[in-house]
Each structure stands twice: as C-alpha cells, then as structure tokens.
Design a protein around this ligand. Structure first.
Ligand code: ZN
Length: 274
C-alpha cells in the first residue's frame, strides 16, 4: 500500500480509493482509461506521481473533484522534485524494500551502481554462470532491459538471481534480495485481497439498487449482482428467456433482449417516492 505520509502517497491513495468507490478493479479501470494495468498500478503505487494526463483521465471516470485532485497532483510533483537526486532511481536499502515500486527502484539502482552494463553483456554473464553451475537461470536481453529500466519485476526467484548474477552482485547478498522479492509478492497478494474485499462490499451495498433497476427494465436477475459492467444473467419477463445483460447498458438505455429484440431501459432510481 502506498505511504500516505507524503504527497505522492496521498495522491496514490486518493486515486485508489476513488476507483474502489466505483467498485472497479484495476483491470476494469485500465480498460476504461484505454491504458495498461501497469499504468494503473504505477499511478496507485505511490512511487512517483503519474503524468497529469493519467490523473485527468481518472477524474473523468471515478468520482473526484477536478480542482482538489489537481492541487493534490501539483503537491505530489513538487514533493517528487524535492526528493529527486540526479540519479533517476530512489530506492531504500534492499532490506527495507516492501512494495513492487521499491523493488523496481532497487533493481534499477543496482544496475546503475554496477556501471550500467549492456543487455548483451548481462545476458552473456547470466548465461555463462548458468552453463557452468546450472544454478539460477538464464536471462534474456529483454528481461535484462525490463528489470534495469524499471518496466517490470522478475517473475521468479531464479530469474531475480540470474539478474543479480548479470550485475555481478556477490552471492552472499542474494538472500537479502530474495527476502525482499518475497515481501513484495506478499504485499501484492494482500493488496489484491484487500481490493477484492472492497469490491465485494461495494457490490453488496449496491445490489438492491441494481436489482430494482433491472426489474424496472423487465429483467429478473438469476444470480448475485456481479458489478455494473459485468454480464449479469437475467430473465426477460416478456419473453421468459434468460440472457446476459450489463447493468450499465441497461441504465444507459443501450440494452436489448437478444431473443425477442425488445429494447430495455430503466429509470435512474431518483424520484421514486410516489
Ligand atoms: Zn425478450
């Protein structure tokens, strides 16, 4: 989870909470933004402030005040400028690394500290070590490029160790790196679980509203509310056929029954107190 104690963390938390408030997974949001899930992860990771264009797109989709959010973003950028040294990586000691972003920074930093070897050189070093000892793994040039430029993280301990071999980091230091890698996996898992819980809770709160809107449109749901953008199996009362509908399309008046062709629309749920 981002460290809310500084302005970058505050912005990251704000973006994450706004997304969860809309019951959107990171993938849902990435799809709506038309960006990769990595962009969403970075924006909410608290390592560096995302570009303004990303923040502006968030504002357009989740419930955020544009003025307040812009102020928060400016504070984050100012904070980033204050802490940024000439080196492009900020990383805590490897024994303090907890988040994916911190590990990414540490991996990039290690590459810088070892004199920025080329990807070809790194591939050769790892390969030679692997041929000789059969320990760890080989390392492709594209992996070497991705880890050293902070684009992705090693997917396994063996790949991590191959990267360390490629940077000529002494083997006695490997266990610390492996521990850090494991902490990051744990962090990711627990955050994913927390996200899922939050989404479930929001769905539970919204379920009665969702069901009422479906019924107005002549649809009787046959399963639990899966969220506004997921297909939801329901019976169309006029033709008694089961199909799958998205609540959002129903609310937008864009849904129709694929069997009988009727257009379906629901009210907004306002002005119901007659
Ligand atoms: Zn029908």
């Amino acid at each position: 989870m981002a460290n809310a104690a500084n302005a970058i963390g505050e912005l990251a938390e704000c973006l994450r909470e706004a997304r969860l408030g809309k019951a959107l997974s990171r993938q849902d949001l990435a799809t709506k933004l038309g960006c990769s899930i990595t962009t969403v992860q970075r924006a909410e990771g608290g390592g560096a402030p995302p570009p303004w264009s990303t923040v502006r797109d968030y504002v357009g989709i989740v419930d955020l005040d544009p003025g307040e959010t812009e102020a928060l973003w400016k504070k984050a950028v100012a904070f980033r400028r204050k802490i940024t040294r000439p080196s492009f990586t900020q990383s805590p000691g490897i024994d303090l690394v907890r988040t994916p972003d911190e590990l990414g920074a540490a991996l990039a930093r290690a590459w810088e500290d070892s004199g920025r070897p080329s990807t070809r050189e790194m591939e050769q070093r790892a390969d030679r070590h692997y041929q000789e000892t059969r320990s760890y793994a080989s390392l492709s040039r594209s992996s070497a490029e991705r880890f050293s430029r902070r684009k992705s993280l090693p997917g396994s301990e063996r790949t991590l160790q191959a990267y360390l071999v490629a940077l000529r980091i002494p083997e006695r230091r490997f266990p610390m790196w492996v521990q850090a890698w494991r902490r990051v996996q744990h962090h990711r898992l627990s955050q994913r679980m927390a996200d899922r819980e939050q989404v479930k809770l929001t769905h539970r709160m919204e379920a009665p509203f969702a069901k009422a809107r479906m019924q107005e449109a002549g649809l009787i749901p046959r399963e639990k509310f899966p969220g506004a953008v997921a297909p939801w199996s329901a019976v169309h009362t006029s033709c008694a056929q089961v199909s799958r509908y998205r609540l959002r399309s129903v609310l937008q008046g864009l849904a129709h029954c694929p069997v009988c062709g009727d257009w379906l629309s629901a009210g907004t749920g306002e002005g119901e107190n007659h």
